[in-house]
Ligand binder design. Structure first.
Ligand code: URA
Length: 186
């Protein structure tokens, strides 16, 4: 028999209580993710930054402003999608997530994904892409190409923070979000 889906409120409470790795000691609060629980599109970022840790919400800092602009290009609003991260706690100084942190934290993301059951998963950057596609192929090669993981359509895109100092990446992001909009209208 298939495992029953865990309601998002239950998962959120489990995340808030998590002490599985040392990131718990440094957090202001966990960042579970936010948006429509029945979303057609699930966006997965890397980990909370300073602003996200303070507000308890994903993508509310500079990368979030970029993401908001890009969502518009795809014809999407934040209210209709769900936005989550690979890690639910902020790594100190925004360093990269460590393999053991990803291993301990991603059971939450896996359950979130099962419960939301989106049609599309948009992976933002290398960490989300590697986790969802189980690949060593980098985002530079994969971005803007439609992939499949189990029953999910997966669309890898550069992380919106990558564009903060790199105009070329911003153009690629605009292009990929326009493609995402087309895929959603098909
Ligand atoms: N970067 C991420 O990957 N996630 C956030 O929530 C914010 C910035």
């Amino acid at each position: 028999m298939p495992k029953p889906h865990i309601p998002l409120e239950v998962l959120k409470a489990q995340v808030a209580a998590c002490q599985a790795c040392p990131l718990a000691a440094g957090r202001t609060q966990t960042v579970f993710g936010d948006g429509n629980p029945d979303a057609r599109v699930l966006f997965i970022g890397e980990a909370p930054g300073k602003n996200e840790d303070l507000q308890g919400l994903p993508f509310v800092g500079k990368a979030g402003q970029n993401l908001n602009q890009l969502l518009e290009i795809a014809g999407l609003t934040r209210e209709e999608v769900f936005i989550a991260n690979v890690l639910k706690c902020r790594p100190p100084g925004n360093r990269d997530p460590r393999p053991e942190e990803i291993e301990l934290c991603t059971p939450f993301l896996r359950e979130q994904t099962r419960t939301i059951n989106p049609e599309f998963i948009v992976t933002l950057g290398n960490f989300a892409t590697k986790f969802v596609l189980k690949t060593e192929v980098g985002i530079t090669r994969l971005h803007g190409t439609l992939q499949q993981a189990g029953r999910f359509k997966v669309f890898p895109i550069y992380h919106p923070a990558a564009a903060i100092y790199d105009r070329t990446k911003w153009l690629a992001l605009e292009n990929d979000f326009a493609t995402l909009g087309e895929l959603l209208r098909r």
